[in-house]
Design a protein around this ligand. Structure first.
Ligand SMILES: [Zn+2]
Length: 248
């Protein structure tokens, strides 16, 4: 190899090295797009901590129908599906079934009819194995068969009837991870995490989940604190630093 050829190769290698941080940043941003947040800086900082998602594209979601109400999440509400866990059906099918039920009018109980909703009522669905599916876009309010205003809440549902069965440990673990990430994405304090029965007359999310809630919330509060300290300890993006790392 001639000397100037070697130089060119070395230059290429240096150029590649120089572009690596940008490429890594882009990877981070690509992941951030799955978890929208208060702003792009927050989304990008939180992205590396985000749990994997089965995306709408992956479960082959239909587009939402017109009529969704825009929202900025200020709180999180936890539900159960009130149907027993079904390990025999893939999560993708469960989501497609839920969407087709959601998007047409139907009988919810002998006395209750539901209208067609624009999309699945929940923003995130956690199955029995702890897999998380992306539901309705979190920037639009969910839907409910009960009477309360859903605007301002992230609706999170766990597969199962927790009046009769128990949440699986993987499911609780992933719920914890998801909650910590969502709290940082939207600056939700732990006292703004609630369950459906705090808002309307229902047993949702079931007695066996409700029993676990105080311990889960204590752990989530610790997770959020630990992540914040970790993220603020690095050279952070200004939008994140201003919101989470500066006193006052
Ligand atoms: Zn519910």
């Amino acid at each position: 190899m001639k000397a100037n050829e070697a130089l060119v190769t070395r230059r290429n290698a240096l150029a590649l090295l120089a572009s690596l941080p940008v490429m890594l940043l882009r990877l981070g941003e690509a992941k951030a797009a799955l978890f929208p947040a208060l702003d792009e800086d927050v989304a990008a900082e939180v992205a590396p901590y985000s749990p994997a998602l089965v995306t709408r594209e992956q479960w082959r979601a239909k587009p939402p129908l017109p009529g969704m109400k825009p929202q900025v999440p200020r709180g999180i509400i936890i539900h159960h599906t009130a149907v027993r866990q079904n390990a025999g059906l893939p999560l993708e099918s469960k989501m497609r079934n839920l969407q087709s039920f959601s998007q047409q009018p139907g009988q919810v109980s002998p006395k209750v009819l539901k209208p067609a909703w624009p999309d699945v009522p929940y923003h995130y669905y956690i199955d029995h194995a702890g897999l998380i599916a992306e539901g309705r876009d979190v920037r639009f309010a969910g839907d409910t068969n009960t009477k309360y205003d859903t605007v301002g809440y992230i609706q999170l549902v766990l597969e199962g009837d927790f009046e009769v069965e128990h949440p699986a440990s993987a499911q609780v673990e992933l719920t914890r991870q998801l909650l910590a990430v969502l709290m940082l994405c939207w600056n939700v304090p732990v006292n703004r995490i609630s369950v459906h029965k705090d808002h309307a007359p229902t047993t949702c999310p079931g007695r066996n989940f409700t029993k676990l809630l105080p311990d889960l919330l204590a752990k989530v509060a610790e997770d959020r604190q630990r992540l914040t300290v970790e993220l603020c300890g690095r050279a952070g993006r200004p939008g994140f630093v201003k919101r989470y790392c500066e006193p006052g």
